[in-house]
Design a protein around this ligand. Structure first.
Ligand SMILES: [Zn+2]
Length: 400
């Protein structure tokens, strides 16, 4: 049974309006080659699309929940959505060594492809999320036993332990995290921004629309086949620490929905202990939260930001992907027009506004990238900092 917490009734026309009014932003993307000899000392980060990132350092690999299925508006309107195994297999890079999959909330555009990935591709990964996640995925079986053995909610840890750190001036020796391999994960109570707004001529702007909220009283017993079945639950953000012994070697901040102070903001004592090296921020919903991403960037002061969730999760990519190697001019090792892929922007959000606010808020020396899906970056240790080592996508410096 689901308890809808102030969940609005959503007429289908409103959903269609999302598509009709959105998608003004689009980019031309070319799928990059991966680095030929990735260094084990470098941090490798690959954007997978929507909220998905693959992060590697040494033997440790973490995945944030990717979405490749991108159900169309027609499928959503008919309330029939299923993971597209063909797209996942074609687009997901090797993840068999991934130790953890993180999801901040349980909407379909974050969690729907995770069961397939966990059962078939990242077979040893523990899946972390909010309280709804184990209820939604717990019915699944894998060849090695029930998936529920690998599902962990971090919501109580976030609410009871990490929240209490806000009263502390010093977090030294506090253990309000969960650990997998050499990676410590600190969950932070966050929130989800509205998805869109509707204005009616002569009536004015209606209240912002926030879909698929709520919690589950009990597990549904099977995976949802409608988007409304993927209920949001409590949104979480994360600090992800790649450890070198007892020392944090590389700190990542991850969010899969835009935030405003204090939601999704790490306790100050944690930031005092170790600065954020890389923030993975959500561009979706920016136009409904004026302070995003400025406030979180000013708080974290990260040297590097990669923005995700800027592309439309309602447009599945077309297979086969354009590939320059298939061109008759392949021998020239040149990229040709036919290798280009058009990626639509997320409905009702202007990624350029997000980038403008981001540029303003970045600390001196800070830089950001809003990459095409499949783009990658490597960071190398540079004294006390991590610097860009190699990358497949443009990086833009902040403005100060
Ligand atoms: Zn969401």
């Amino acid at each position: 049974m689901r308890v809808p917490s102030r969940r609005p009734v959503v007429p289908l026309v409103a959903l269609f309006a999302v598509v009709a009014a959105g998608c003004a932003y689009r980019r031309t993307c070319i799928r990059p080659e991966d680095p030929t000899a990735p260094s084990r000392e470098a941090v490798y980060v690959k954007f997978l699309g929507v909220g998905g990132f693959l992060i590697r350092l040494g033997d440790d690999a973490i995945l944030t929940a990717p979405l490749y299925t991108n159900p169309t508006i027609g499928e959503i309107a008919l309330q029939k959505v299923h993971p597209d195994h063909r797209l996942i297999e074609a687009l997901l890079p090797p993840v068999d060594d991934v130790e953890a999959i993180l999801s901040g909330h349980s909407h379909f555009d974050h969690l729907m492809d995770v069961p397939y990935v966990a059962v078939h591709r990242a077979q040893r990964a523990v899946i972390y999320g909010n309280d709804e996640m184990p209820k939604l995925l717990g019915s699944l079986a894998t060849p090695k036993g029930p998936l529920e053995n690998r599902l962990v909610s971090l919501e109580t840890l976030a609410r009871d332990k990490v929240e209490s750190l806000r009263c502390l001036a010093d977090c030294t020796n506090v253990q309000a995290y969960t650990q997998v391999g050499n990676v410590r994960i600190w969950p932070i109570v966050s929130e989800h921004s509205p998805q869109f707004k509707v204005s009616i001529p002569f009536v004015g702007r209606l209240p912002d629309v926030h879909l698929w909220r709520g919690t589950l009283m009990e597990p549904p017993g099977r995976l949802p086949d409608s988007v409304s079945g993927w209920v949001e639950g409590t949104a979480l953000a994360y600090l992800i620490d790649f450890m070198d012994g007892d020392r944090v070697a590389f700190r990542v901040y991850y969010q899969d929905s835009g935030t405003r102070d204090p939601y999704g903001f790490p306790p100050k004592c944690l930031l005092k202990q170790k600065a954020v090296d890389l923030a993975l921020l959500c561009a979706g919903g920016t136009d409904f939260e004026e302070s995003h991403p400025g406030a979180i960037v000013e708080e974290l002061k990260p040297r590097h930001v990669i923005a995700g969730h800027w592309e439309s999760f309602l447009n599945p990519r077309t297979l086969p992907l354009p590939n320059p190697r298939w061109s008759p001019k392949d021998g020239q090792c040149k990229r040709f027009d036919e290798a280009e892929e058009r990626i639509e922007g997320i409905p009702f959000t202007k990624p350029r506004n997000f980038a403008k606010r981001l540029r303003k808020a970045l600390p001196p020396g800070g830089a950001y990238s809003m990459p095409c899906p499949d783009a990658w970056t490597q960071f190398a240790k540079d004294g006390d900092h991590w610097s860009l080592q190699s990358w497949s996508e443009e990086w833009t410096p902040g403005k100060k």
